[in-house]
Design a protein around this ligand. Sequence first.
Ligand code: SAM
Length: 223
Amino acid sequence: MPEPPRPAADRQQLVRQARRHGVRDRAVLDAMARVPREEFVPRRCARHAFDDRPLPIGRGQTISQPAMVALMAEAARLDPDSGVLEVGTGSGYGAAVLAELAARVVTVERLEPLARRARAALARLGYANVEVVVGDGTLGRPATGPYDAIVVTAAGPAPPPALVAQLTDGGRLVMPVEAPDHRQDLVRFTRSGDGVGTEVLFGVRFVPLIGEQGFGPGHSRVF
Ligand code: SAM
């Protein structure tokens, strides 16, 4: 007889992978143990739900590598009172992890079918503190800002000014930035009064951020 699934035990694998990548924040590791990644992965990929790699979710997009979700959540420095904007909902998995760590999460996805699926998964799992919005996330969502943290899950050419403007004083924008030679780095921008501090964290590989303050729709994807 096949072994019955053991999602809670399998999720410990995600915690070990995140630790191996250097994640130390206890709250982030606990969130990785709680969020059922298997519920956000297409059924045909279910057996890979606990692998440490991105998986296709349709429309040429991916659910991010779980360790990357953990690293970005840690870099955002959240606390239970934080208000967070996520740009690039994808499957909704990253939003669920952020929702475990913050008071409220607004997540924006440009592709309506993905947003619809993510909204359904998040509602089914009881994430009442997440709002999924369809639109161009490079413009942010001023109506529900400012935000203590903004996490962008696609790579843009530079931090969108609209997002920087929607940070609280001390707020963090964590996003992959792509150089003209297509190299990408995860960067944390921290707003301080009218200034912005920049920390380059490490090299990454993400799908393009397509929008008014991102790349144009014809931007080539280099994988
Ligand atoms: N965090 C997601 C998850 O856990 O499944 C993974 C997101 S995937 C790597 C990046 C997403 O960003 C894609 O779904 C893509 O459609 C979306 N995206 C790209 N440009 C966008 C924009 N301007 N506004 C909103 N979403 C955008």
